[in-house]
Design a protein around this ligand. Structure first.
Ligand SMILES: CC(C)(COP(=O)(O)OP(=O)(O)OC[C@H]1O[C@@H](n2cnc3c(N)ncnc32)[C@H](O)[C@@H]1OP(=O)(O)O)[C@@H](O)C(=O)NCCC(=O)NCCS
Length: 164
């Protein structure tokens, strides 16, 4: 695990492809107690409303994180964001999140939604840093272990206060 020294990793963000799925599943297994199966990721590659991108090290090309979101007309839903356990705390999640917001603006999105486990303090801090607002709680929504989901929303109008 890389120490949280504040050093930043520069990544290249590109569309995911099928050759990436094995590595993505490794990161997924590190980071989630109920990881998505390989098929879920494969299906997202060709789904017409899905945006499935990876962040790779600019030198080694190693995949360090990934993000999946859907854009449905003027609404965006975040479905996945994860960073390799060795690379957390180095600004990669923030870069993937910033990419999502840029894509939202480019595509005329007005509202963004995401859900997160109540205990996931790191992710919640990231979302709140980008001005997402808590709008709802779904009781016992997640399995393994059972836990509430917090629903967050961001309205994209004049968002120059959002970090890039
Ligand atoms: C959540 C996650 C994607 C964040 O990615 P990351 O690369 O570690 O995050 P960054 O280094 O870009 O940090 C961005 C901000 O998030 C917050 N943050 C992220 N992880 C944190 C942690 N463990 N503790 C506290 N704050 C954290 C901080 O506010 C940080 O900003 P700062 O460095 O300016 O203080 C990553 O930790 C991860 O993969 N977690 C497991 C999977 C997961 O929970 N995904 C979200 C499911 S809803």
């Amino acid at each position: 695990m890389v120490s949280k020294t504040g050093d930043k990793s520069k990544i290249k963000i590109r569309k995911a492809r099928s050759a990436d799925i094995d590595k993505i599943c490794q990161i997924e297994a590190q980071q989630f107690t109920n990881p998505w199966k390989q098929d879920y990721f494969t299906n997202e590659l060709d789904h017409h409303i899905a945006y499935f991108y990876i962040g790779e090290d600019t030198d080694s090309r190693e995949i360090l994180g990934y993000i999946i979101f859907w854009i449905i007309e003027d609404m965006l839903e975040l479905h996945k964001i994860a960073v390799s356990a060795d690379s957390t705390g180095k600004g990669i999640g923030k870069q993937l999140f910033g990419f999502m917001l840029d894509t939202a603006r480019t595509n005329g999105v007005e509202e963004l939604f995401l859900e997160v486990r109540k205990s996931n303090a790191g992710a919640i801090k990231l979302y709140e840093a980008f001005q997402f607002q808590l709008i709802d709680v779904r009781k016992a929504y997640y399995p393994d272990p059972i836990e509430d989901a917090l629903i967050y929303k961001l309205v994209l109008n004049n968002t120059e206060n959002i970090p890039s």
